[in-house]
Design a protein around this ligand. Structure first.
Ligand code: FRU
Length: 309
């Protein structure tokens, strides 16, 4: 699965910055998804650092890419030490993270079914705030440190849009690639991000919410809404992924055939991180899609992210 640039070169290179959510995933592995109101045993239980941007930064780091996370982190929470030691273990930079004193750490309870490979997530933000324009502002002056800036679509859509517009005005803009992720249908006005990033990542859930029943139609139709020169990418789980440069040809690849799916938690975040990694390595759009499907599929057949490289 190694890409064509060696890890040491990547680690010394410019950073990929991932902006979004940091939470604890309380993972429960079950033989079968439980019946409502039942009292059932679990196979295994553990904590994992989670949140889309967070997971993508973990995968980027495992793939040997220098990366930084920009998240709001609850400094006085009981989960803080766990989060920070795990972030440090992966060498993910947190120089611009926002450490808040009075808030709680967001939590997700994830139920992973060994029978179907499904991952059911129940999450709560608790009282953690979203990144503000001011929180991000120091990045503008340090922008030459970054090769790629990726935003997870969160409820602070207006802020994200304003930040991307401001990034577009930077004198070194051509040296930075930007991307946005549209995943959760319940986040209002996510569509405002469609014409903002150089790469637009759509989840299957979001595409279905927009009325599409396949990746190719979603990509072709929504490519009309992205900006000139941008590329839209849609991962469709068991049906692979598709992408299109605006006005270009549709590119579509199948998914990896999975023998033993045991953990699909964060598979979409893994896809995005691998796609970014491959694009920075200079692979073609089709190669990037194939590589991202390979890494995401491999991830589904193992617990967590270690060992993906
Ligand atoms: C996986 C994930 C989990 C988190 C949840 C938030 O994509 O980021 O780590 O709990 O989604 O929606």
């Amino acid at each position: 699965m190694a890409s064509n640039i060696d890890t040491a070169t990547k680690k010394e290179g410019k950073l990929v910055l991932c902006i979004g959510w940091t939470c604890i995933d309380i993972v429960n592995i079950v033989e079968f998804f439980p019946k409502e109101d039942a009292d059932s045993k679990i196979v295994e239980y553990y904590w994992q650092r989670g949140g889309n941007a967070n997971n993508s930064s973990t995968v980027l780091s495992v793939l040997g890419r220098a990366c930084e996370l920009l998240s709001v982190i609850a400094k006085n929470s009981r989960e803080y030490d766990f989060l920070m030691s795990d972030i440090n273990k992966y060498g993910i930079k947190t120089d611009n993270c926002v450490f808040v004193d009075k808030n709680q750490c967001p939590l997700s309870t994830a139920i992973l079914s060994l029978e179907t490979g499904s991952r059911t997530i129940l999450h709560t933000l608790r009282d953690i705030p979203e990144i503000t324009y001011e929180n991000f502002s120091p990045i503008f002056d340090q922008s030459n440190k970054y090769s790629w800036i990726h935003f997870e679509g969160r409820p602070n859509i207006e802020t994200i849009c304003n930040l991307l517009v401001k990034l577009d005005g930077l004198s070194n803009r051509k040296e930075i690639t930007t991307s946005v992720e549209l995943e959760h249908p319940y986040i209002k006005s996510l569509e405002l991000l469609l014409d903002k990033g150089d790469y637009v990542f759509l989840s299957k859930d979001y595409a279905k919410f927009r009325g599409f029943s396949d990746k190719n139609t979603a990509v072709k139709t929504l490519s009309n809404s992205i900006k000139d020169g941008a590329t839209i990418v849609c991962a469709w789980g068991e049906d692979g992924a598709a992408a299109m440069l605006k006005g270009g040809e549709l590119v579509s690849v199948p998914a990896l055939k999975l023998e033993n799916m045991i953990d699909s938690l964060g598979a979409g975040d893994t896809f995005i991180a691998s796609f970014i990694n491959a694009t920075l390595d200079g692979l073609t759009l089709k190669e990037c899609l194939s590589y991202a499907c390979l890494v995401a599929g491999t991830k589904c057949c193992m617990r967590g992210y270690d060992g993906l490289s």
